[in-house]
Design a protein around this ligand. Structure first.
Ligand code: G3P
Length: 214
């Protein structure tokens, strides 16, 4: 499973990129608004740091508006993937963008049917949300698992990006059920690295080393 970072914060992206484990970045209007900076400049700066796909989302609700926005956004950098919400109008936009050679990441996916429709419309990626599903006591991992089984059974090439990840266990479970990618917040990435037994072990190694070298 590949790891993407789910943020528009440049400092977080630079620090995470230094680990060598992050291949792409996903953003959404909330993450962009949180940074309070120019959308285009932010996305172009992210693309200068990260070698892989950078997802940037449209805000239009009609397919014509989505396609117009997507053509503009995708012109900013070759690695940009345009995020489109899984709506009736969104499917129309995905179909048109496929013909234009513009890659799409269909987002706000909460059912296998939505993922299947997005794939059939020509989506490059689908983003099923774990956390917001789990927030209403639905099983987010089963959503990922069902989509992965359907895509595998029918040889669908659209990639699954497990999104709305709240905990390191969400990332583990997404990997176990076959998600192609997990896009994680910076906080979760930090938690994925850490383990108390590692800290205890490092401390003990240093203490023992000092006994024989000092
Ligand atoms: O990429 C989608 C993700 O940012 C949504 O996460 O925590 O707002 O549900 P969250």
């Amino acid at each position: 499973m590949e790891l993407f970072l789910d943020t528009a914060n440049i400092d977080e992206i630079k620090e995470a990129a230094s680990l060598g484990v992050i291949y792409g970045v996903t953003t959404n209007p909330t993450l962009i608004a949180k940074e309070g900076k120019d959308f285009k400049k932010t996305i172009i700066e992210i693309a200068s740091i990260i070698e892989g796909p950078i997802s940037a989302e449209v805000v239009s609700l009609d397919s014509d508006g989505m396609v117009k926005e997507a053509q503009e956004i995708s012109s900013w950098h070759p690695n940009i993937v345009v995020k489109i919400p899984i709506t009736w109008e969104g499917l129309k936009a995905v179909k048109r963008l496929k013909k234009l050679g513009i890659k799409t990441n269909v987002t706000l996916v909460f059912s296998p049917n939505q993922a299947l429709l997005a794939a059939r419309a020509g989506a490059t990626y689908v983003s099923p949300f774990i956390g917001r599903f789990t927030d209403i006591t639905q099983d987010g991992i089963t959503l990922i698992s069902d989509i992965a089984k359907i895509f595998d059974l029918h040889h669908i090439s659209t990639k699954i990006i497990a999104a709305s990840i709240r905990t390191p266990m969400d990332a583990v479970n997404a990997a176990k059920v076959g998600s192609d990618i997990a896009t994680v917040p910076y906080r979760v990435l930090q938690q994925m690295v850490m383990h108390p037994l590692t800290d205890i072990g490092v401390k003990r190694f240093l203490e023992d080393w000092k006994k024989v070298t000092q």
